[in-house]
Design a protein around this ligand. Structure first.
Ligand SMILES: Nc1ncnc2c1ncn2[C@@H]1O[C@H](COP(=O)(O)OP(=O)(O)OP(=O)(O)O)[C@@H](O)[C@H]1O
Length: 329
């Protein structure tokens, strides 16, 4: 591989710099820097009103009219700035390189259109398939893969909340986005289906090597899903780092409070286990040996860490979000 190709392989999928969001003379998000690497899963946490959703909406270009964003948002493979891009440019990026799953599935679905047609249309618009017939077949296959066989001809109101969110995940993944943003994707759902939707998102991004920016207020979900986390407070990022590091050694008073109020251990049973965590593409050079520590200090893990694996084959830790660190310089 040439140096140029290697640099491109390592380049961040998303790079946000100095993002500031204002409404009239009020600053709602201040000077946020944020990057997501190829295949990386990054969490954005913080209390209600801390600016998480406005950050996501700035990236995807869906801020309300009276709200303004300044700074820089760049996406790999897109030659122009996303901030300030016109609607034509943004609709080319949205749904193809960049996709988003919102909290409430009905807001993302067209209530008057069969779900199969919605998925097919998303693929046709971005030329992932050509021709209505191929679109219909591809949509049915994708709905099948997200656990909704035979639902192509259903309307959204004929599906349960969990099934609707599966359709939204299918829509978001339909064009293999480089980056998937999820904003509280399980908050509106029944507890019993939350784990299934998380599992679906995890498997969906892993299969496509998509990067993930995951917004939540649930620390246990972050521990399951993310490798790195940024903590927002009052519109600013107050700390960031690998999940295991932030969760074991939180520096900011707000993060310390969040952790004290949460019960990560009890969350284990309700969250999916992710078999064979694999490092993100390009996270370590091929062949590099690394060690991992599980973020859950349970008997199973305490008996065998650190595991060793290779960047090619990953390793099998059945606990979520282990930290990855190169064993050899
Ligand atoms: N259109 C708007 N006009 C004025 N203020 C707004 C607007 N949208 C959001 N805000 C304010 O900006 C701040 C950040 O909102 P944001 O929705 O990003 O928070 P959040 O961290 O996502 O919270 P939550 O977890 O409750 O969704 C809040 O104080 C909110 O009231």
């Amino acid at each position: 591989m040439t140096d140029v190709l290697r640099d491109e392989a390592r380049a961040d999928v998303l790079s946000v710099q100095g993002l500031t969001v204002t409404v009239r003379d009020k600053t709602l998000v201040a000077d946020v820097d944020l990057t997501v690497g190829p295949g990386e899963r990054v969490g954005l946490i913080g209390e209600s009103g801390s600016g998480k959703s406005l950050t996501a909406l700035s990236i995807i270009g869906l801020l309300p009219e009276d709200v303004h964003a300044a700074g820089s948002v760049r996406l790999a493979g897109v030659s122009h700035e996303l901030l300030g891009a016109d609607e034509r440019q943004m609709s080319r990026v949205r749904g193809s390189s960049l996709a988003m799953v919102f909290q409430e599935p009905m807001t993302a679905l067209n209530p008057t259109m069969r779900v199969g047609d919605q998925v097919a249309e998303a693929m046709l618009i971005h030329h992932t398939v050509s021709g209505r017939r191929a679109g219909r077949v591809a949509a049915a296959e994708l709905l099948d893969r997200v656990g909704l066989p035979g639902t192509s001809r259903s309307y959204p109101h004929q599906l349960s909340g969990g099934q609707r969110q599966r359709v939204v995940v299918a829509l978001a993944l339909a064009n293999d986005p480089a980056l998937l943003i999820c904003d509280e994707p399980t908050t509106a759902l029944d507890v019993t289906v939350q784990a299934m939707i998380l599992d679906l998102i995890m498997k969906g991004v892993a299969a496509r090597s998509s990067a993930l920016l995951f917004i939540t207020h649930d620390l246990a979900v972050v521990a399951t899903v993310c490798q790195r986390v940024l903590v927002m407070y009052g519109g600013r990022v107050v700390e960031s780092g690998p999940v295991a590091e932030i969760f074991t050694n939180p520096r900011h008073r707000y993060t310390q409070g969040l952790l004290a109020a949460s019960d990560l251990e009890s969350a284990e049973g309700r969250l999916p286990t992710i078999p064979g965590n694999v490092p993100a593409a390009g996270q370590f050079p091929s062949g590099c040996v690394f060690r991992t520590r599980c973020s859950f200090a349970t008997d199973t893990c305490a008996s065998s860490p650190p595991w060793e694996g290779t960047a090619d084959h990953g390793f099998a830790c059945h606990h979520p979000a282990p930290s990855l660190e190169p064993a050899h310089a």
